[in-house]
Design a protein around this ligand. Structure first.
Ligand code: F6R
Length: 359
């Protein structure tokens, strides 16, 4: 079943370009994103969005919030389901409540969904499992079409979740007239390109395999990025800790100087997401500050960057979302190869289960 791959996680990383196309199929065309699943009028009157999820799905939600605010001009809150449940959240009937889940069975996410429903909110699930508890509970569901994900560390499900949120941001932008037709067309073009860019380049994989040697011992990792690359940094750190058992934190790079920079020395590994199309100069100066303090830097970027100990070159792209998807693959493979070198069970990491059905 692994079809020649060493691990399910590896197979699932390599499948991403296909499942992303699947996820767009029949929904994206010309200057429009259309979801058959969403009845006409369902999104009318929405003034705000709250996204609620756990783990990797939460990171996808956080990434989606940047797109929803930017494209649909809707204020978007993102909450961790286990926190949301008990904080006596304020919910307004004009809010759309979106839950994201690969399994559709995560206890905290399901409970948050029930609370929102009881409070009279419209609810929408973005889910990979048809007929799951979450899909049955929500008023409306959009299925990610990632296929069965076996690796405990989620990869292709995350990719499709971000893609669906991107599509949703354009769907709502059309309804609310917040983007011009040409802008939506441009985004759709970029979406199609992004899916292609997740096809794994074997040379890149080899490069990451070699490079992973340097990153096995040290006193921890920081994954840093800005804007939508911040949730991607969180996700890169989560992938690494799940399967390598090394300490890793995702951080907004502009926040490093407010504390974490105190940790910087050559034993601090910093994976820097440096896209060319989004705040490049800002993140560059954040990374330079870390390099000046001798942190070991692995920069993922299309630009030559002198401050780095290792450079993983991505190609120049037209949009930051293309860079996002390309960098996502780099982070997944980096985590995979570090875990393999450490001799860990990539698909069944210790202490973790694929579906968390208890609180
Ligand atoms: C990480 C991972 C978990 C899940 C989380 C939510 O690789 O898989 O963090 O994302 O347990 O699960 P779902 O998406 O099934 O609700």
């Amino acid at each position: 079943q692994k079809e020649g791959y060493r691990y399910f996680m590896e197979k699932e990383i390599y499948e991403q370009h296909k499942v992303l196309v699947e996820t767009m199929m029949g929904r994206v065309g010309g200057a429009e994103v259309h979801f058959e699943e969403i009845e006409a009028g369902f999104l009318e009157g929405i003034e705000e969005i709250t996204i609620c999820a756990c783990g990797t799905s939460y990171h996808a939600g956080l990434a989606g919030s940047y797109l929803l605010e930017r494209h649909a001009k809707l204020k978007t809150n993102v909450a961790i389901a286990s926190e949301f449940r008990y904080k006596e959240p304020i919910m307004r009937p004009s809010e759309l409540f979106v839950v994201i889940s690969q399994s559709g069975e995560t206890a905290d996410t399901l409970e948050a969904l029930k609370q929102a429903k009881r409070a009279g909110l419209k609810t929408l699930a973005i889910c990979n499992m048809d007929n799951s508890s979450i899909v049955r509970e929500a008023h409306c569901s959009i299925l990610t079409r990632a296929g069965i994900e076996k690796g405990v560390a989620s990869t292709k499900a995350f990719a499709t979740q971000v893609m669906v949120l991107w599509m949703l941001s354009l769907h709502i932008a059309k309804i609310r007239h917040t983007l011009l037709k040409e802008e939506i067309e441009g985004q759709i073009h970029s979406m199609v390109e992004s899916a292609k860019l997740t096809r794994v380049d074997e040379r890149l994989h080899e490069r990451l395999k070699k490079l992973s040697k340097r990153y096995l011992h040290g006193h921890g990792f920081f994954f840093i990025g800005r804007d939508i690359f911040y949730p991607l940094a969180l996700e890169g750190a989560l992938k690494l800790k799940e399967i390598s058992y090394l300490h890793a934190e995702g951080y907004p790079s502009g926040e490093m100087k407010h504390g974490p920079i105190a940790l910087a020395d050559s034993e601090l590994f910093t994976v820097a997401l440096m896209p060319k199309n989004l705040l490049y100069d800002k993140i560059k100066s954040n990374v330079e500050e870390l390099a000046a303090r001798d942190a070991t830097i692995c920069a993922i970027t299309p630009e030559p960057f002198e401050g780095a100990d290792d450079l993983v070159f991505t190609a120049a792209r037209e949009s930051y979302m293309e860079e996002f998807f390309e960098m996502m693959v780099v982070l997944q493979i980096l985590a995979l190869e570090i875990s393999v070198r450490l001799g860990n069970d990539v698909d069944m990491p210790r202490n973790l289960a694929k579906s968390v059905t208890v609180e």
